[in-house]
Design a protein around this ligand. Sequence first.
Ligand code: MG
Length: 169
Amino acid sequence: MDQKVAALLNQQINKEFYSAYLYLDFANYYAAAGLDGFENWYKVQAQEERDHAMLFYQYLQNNGEKVTFEAIDKPDKELADNMAPLKAALEHEKYVTSLINEIYAAAFEVKDFRTMQLLDWFVKEQGEEEKNASDLVTKMELFGSDAKGLYMLNSELGARVYSAPSLTL
Ligand code: MG
């Protein structure tokens, strides 16, 4: 495998684990705020991010590439109110999309079609992640300032259940 592509994929393992850590921090914030549905939403999200990390890990392993684990950054987003994690999540997902695109561009440059095919799933996934994050911000803007609305939204997010990623390696 091209060493630049391999290095970017290795870095993405770390970025996905950071995403999991960040979303666990959001779950932790909502637990303290008494919003157990929001907490559940981000716990499930954290689980998905760990899955993403493991997919990149397994892909490198399957292709005979050495994996190196780096330190995971401390979650450092300012969580001033119940809206803050939602907006921070949307910004973060846009950032992750840019990372996936960067790896894709590197793979494209060296005609690494296998990696491009792996990344096709992640390109689509990022579209869904950004939409989910954006929808949550919109719902919070619409309903979050009213106690009953917030209660309903909390119930809705509490119903989210984890399911394994559709991509298998
Ligand atoms: Mg991810």
